[in-house]
Ligand binder design. Structure first.
Ligand SMILES: [Zn+2]
Length: 297
């Protein structure tokens, strides 16, 4: 039986999250424009296989393949009437992949894909209902925690948190993508994000995806200065270059990612992993950095 995730978090143990879902699925045959969640039913062995590859690389916080798992976002793949089943199935596959290893399942909740009023047409109540329904299905499936990730708008992030918190007392992490470098698309800065997330009562705040390792390091430092909450750090391997064959190439090597991870830990991150462009090899390198930091501690 794996220990309670909140206990592990509160005693400050450093953990390794996983790497990218989308870019690794694409490398394993996911068609452009296909929703990753479709693979839960079409290619379950590949879903479990990527989870296993990350666990073997040293990851111990595994994210479910449910980034686009709100009913409104699943509508793009025609799965909106099957949303609860999508989320429960994703937890089951992650749980199977863990297979007795010391690891926890984090239910991934990404943006709804729509903008909240007044920028778009999604009402706050509808957003809360969408996120609450997804969180409930993930919790019913048996997750250990929830990660509301790649947020950029505080209105949507707080709606997601409120929806998720209305159905569970499990730990909830809120992480933001600073797509403009040191601002989110809606202009939020990391220090401000950290303060607001702390006031909300989330268990952990963090950085994911974004633009470059250097900029994300600044975001991490700004968060560390603004909150006492534990920090989650899961940046991308920089932005991709597109080849002539329309393949995304990432220039950050596993070795570079491992060196960066050592700096994140020194700067106060507690759970570290990778976003777009990070393969199991990148995660192996990050896991080595965590291990080395434990030896030094
Ligand atoms: Zn990403």
């Amino acid at each position: 039986m794996t220990e309670n995730f909140r206990d592990v978090l509160l005693r400050g143990e450093r953990l390794v999250a996983d790497g990218a879902t989308g870019t690794n699925y694409q490398a394993r045959g996911l068609a452009r424009g296909q929703a990753p969640e479709e693979w839960l039913f079409q290619e379950p062995d590949k879903v479990t296989g990527l989870h296993r590859d990350f666990i073997q690389a040293g990851s111990n916080v595994i994210l479910t393949n449910t980034f686009g798992g709100t009913a409104m976002r699943l509508a793009h793949a025609g799965l909106e009437n099957d949303a609860a089943n999508v989320n429960r199935r994703a937890v089951e596959l992650a749980r199977n992949a863990i297979n007795g290893e010391r690891a926890w399942v984090a239910g991934s909740i990404g943006p709804s894909g729509a903008l909240l009023e007044p920028f778009g047409t999604l009402t706050r109540d509808e957003a809360i209902a969408q996120f609450a329904a997804q969180a409930r299905a993930l919790v019913d499936g048996g997750v250990d925690l929830l990660i509301i990730e790649t947020q950029f708008d505080m209105g949507e992030a707080t709606a997601a948190f409120e929806g998720a918190r209305s159905v569970t007392d499990l730990p909830i992490i809120l992480s933001f993508s600073f797509d403009m470098g040191t601002n989110t698309m809606m202009g939020l800065k990391a220090g401000q994000v950290a303060k607001e997330v702390t006031a909300l009562g989330a268990d952990m705040v963090g950085v994911n995806c974004g633009r470059s390792l250097d900029e994300n390091f600044i975001n991490l430092q700004e968060m560390r200065a603004a909150t006492h909450l534990p920090i989650w750090m899961k940046p991308n391997a920089g932005l991709p270059r597109m080849t002539d064959d329309d393949i995304a190439m990432y220039d950050v090597t596993p070795e570079m990612m491992g060196e960066a991870a050592a700096r994140w830990l020194e700067a106060g991150a507690q759970i570290v992993g990778g976003c777009c462009g990070t393969s199991p090899e990148h995660l192996r390198s990050i896991a080595h950095a965590v291990e080395a930091s434990r030896v030094r501690a």
